[in-house]
Design a protein around this ligand. Structure first.
Ligand code: ADP
Ligand code: MG
Length: 325
């Protein structure tokens, strides 16, 4: 609770600072904040062209504002190893409800990190997301995160009935579990990005420990078609992922995103078995899990790359009770 309070103050300080940038009047500041640039870092890392387009200011002005933001923003600094070790000690691991899947992940789905589930349609991405929305409410001693879950649902695949089944199987009160899952439909990529910016606000009301974006890439893929749109798509996606990552850092929350394997060759990445979003999603995700169907309703989860774990596979089942061994 006190941690949430502190973050609130941090955010507010940054809001004030946008207005104090040299060359930014109240009207421009309002435009910037309305467009989602509510902190200096988000302005500092933006391209002049994108900033100009999104906020309706000239490109020359945008260049000046970005330069000023770069000077003023806390771009980040070098931290000593012992400080980083301490931060790592805050990391919690969320149980997937499958022993072998947890082991593959070195204990479970980590907080302060993005875990990407990718695979073809029906491979179990949404099921794992639902299961995690339930287990994250368990006490920490039982592999949970003792917190609420936020879901950005872009494909209208959230099913409260599944939550009832899964929580009943774990002998949790379904009503209580449902009350701690907050779902927002995102109707297009722009809406999705806006929701990504709003999550910090919701986390002031509830102790959110898990954020799910299911699917991270579907809207982007449908809306930005062809080679010409690719740079723009990747830039927007990059900013969105950056917002998610920051959320995980600020609130010690786990982040699960789903990504489908494209059935048709992507405009840029060609290979149909490569996940959409290419290297931008790949580099941002700390854990990438490739899911595929196997015999008898089983699913194979393959850990693709991780900073500190060996590659490997786990077999899980998806039943009416949810994810299990
Ligand atoms: P995607 O990877 O496209 O998100 P899902 O996670 O939605 O795929 O997985 C859908 C699959 O999950 C179904 O094909 C089915 O095998 C399984 N599934 C969904 N609901 C149930 C249920 N109530 N009981 C058993 N299996 C289910
Ligand atoms: Mg799905």
């Amino acid at each position: 609770m006190s941690q949430n309070k502190k973050k609130e103050i941090d955010t507010e300080e940054k809001n004030i600072a946008v207005e104090n940038l040299p060359g930014v009047g109240p009207a421009t500041a309002e435009k910037l904040v309305d467009s989602g640039y509510s902190d200096l870092l988000s302005i500092a890392v933006e391209s002049p062209k994108a900033l100009a387009e999104l906020t309706d200011i000239g490109e020359a002005t945008a260049i000046k504002i970005i330069a000023a933001a770069k000077k003023a923003a806390d771009i980040g600094s070098f931290e000593a190893g012992d400080v980083l070790l301490k931060k790592r000690q805050d990391v919690l691991k969320l149980t997937t409800n499958s022993k072998s899947f947890n082991e593959l992940l070195g204990g479970g789905i980590e907080t302060q990190a993005i875990t990407e589930l990718y695979g073809e349609f029906g491979s179990g991405k949404t099921q794992i997301a639902h299961q995690s929305a339930v287990t994250c409410q368990l006490p920490i001693a039982e592999g949970g995160l003792d917190g609420h879950c936020l879901i950005i649902d872009t494909e209208n695949t959230f099913r409260p009935e599944r939550i009832v089944q899964m929580s009943t199987a774990l002998e949790m009160d379904p009503e209580d579990v449902l009350q701690k899952i907050h779902v927002a439909r995102a109707f297009n990529s722009h809406h999705q990005i806006l929701l990504g910016e709003k999550i910090k606000e919701i986390a002031k009301e509830y102790p959110v420990r898990l954020l799910v974006v299911d699917s991270l890439t579907a809207h982007f893929r449908a809306e930005y078609i062809g080679r010409g749109a690719l740079a723009d798509r990747q830039q927007k996606l990059n900013k969105h992922i950056h917002d998610l990552m920051r959320f995980g850092d600020l609130f010690n929350a786990a982040i699960i995103v789903t990504n489908q394997v494209s059935s048709k060759p992507d405009a840029f990445f060609g290979d149909p078995t490569r996940p959409i979003g290419g290297h931008i999603v790949g580099h941002a995700a700390t854990f990438r899990i490739y899911l595929r169907k196997s015999k008898g309703g089983k699913r194979i989860c393959r850990l693709i790359d991780s900073p500190n774990l060996p590659e490997g596979e786990a077999v899980i089942t998806v039943t009416e009770n949810g994810v299990g061994d």
